[in-house]
Unconditional design. Structure first.
Length: 257
């Protein structure tokens, strides 16, 4: 009788576990670009120009034929901040400006790197400080954040200031089996507003989307699918059920001795 009851208890436990375990994720749900066939997709997506914001850290270098006259413009101002690795640059202040040698306060917030470059170049020429100056600007704190159902959620620095959505997901270790590939969120700030865009990684529309390339401070969030939710719920009470049944088996075992 005891053995029969124990066998039945084990059978019940197995039935419950198999019932509460999340349904298998289909191969179609776990792969990318299911709807994309062989062929050529013509796209002219430009790499987006990031707009400069307050607290951004800029690297600004100036060159010209007169190396001695140029030297003063290649020393970051005293308001510059240090980043990990002791890299210094021009910090965009709370009022949206930077303090540039000799030129003084320059508005940077709201401009692209190209626009700020043109501003500095024009001022250097108009004030006859340099002849044919070449100004180069880089954004030192370019980064994107990837969260949710990926292997390694992380803040990803982008030194070359160019990264696609697929590259960001790859650097985060790829989506887990529980990630919604048809509903990946990209959160972007533009003109003081938060813009939320849902991307379907199973559609070739991604390859021509303006969100294919990410901007600095973009946040990518991968939502969990139903299997993950079911798995989380079952993991909370399945141990309780198993413990209860085990306890009941012990009691019956004692009683039937």
């Amino acid at each position: 009788m005891k053995l029969t009851f124990l066998r039945k208890s084990h059978l019940i436990v197995l039935c419950i576990v198999s019932w509460v375990l999340p349904s298998c994720v289909s191969t179609r749900q776990a792969t990318y670009f299911n709807g994309v066939n062989d062929g050529t997709i013509t796209t002219t997506i430009p790499v987006p120009q990031s707009v400069i914001h307050k607290n951004d850290l800029l690297s600004i270098s100036v060159t010209s034929l007169n190396a001695q006259a140029t030297e003063v413009f290649n020393t970051p101002n005293s308001a510059g901040a240090a980043t990990p690795g002791d890299v210094t640059g021009y910090l965009v202040n709370a009022d949206g400006s930077i303090q540039f040698p000799i030129l003084g306060s320059l508005k940077a917030e709201g401009l692209t790197k190209e626009q700020l470059k043109e501003t500095i170049t024009k001022k250097l020429v108009d004030r006859q400080l340099l002849t044919d100056p070449i100004v180069t600007i880089r954004l030192l704190n370019f980064r994107v954040t990837v969260l949710g159902e990926v292997k390694n959620p992380n803040v990803i620095p982008v030194p070359n200031e160019k990264i696609s959505l697929l590259e960001a997901i790859g650097l985060a270790g790829d989506l887990t089996i529980y990630g919604k590939r048809e509903n990946v969120l990209v959160i972007r700030e533009e003109n003081g507003q938060k813009i939320i865009k849902r991307i379907n990684l199973n559609s070739n529309e991604l390859l021509s989307s303006p969100y294919y390339y990410l901007k600095s401070d973009d946040v990518v969030y991968v939502e969990p699918n139903k299997s993950r939710v079911a798995s989380a719920r079952s993991s909370e009470w399945v141990p309780i059920v198993i413990s209860t049944l085990s306890f009941a088996a012990i009691i019956v075992d004692r009683v039937t001795r």
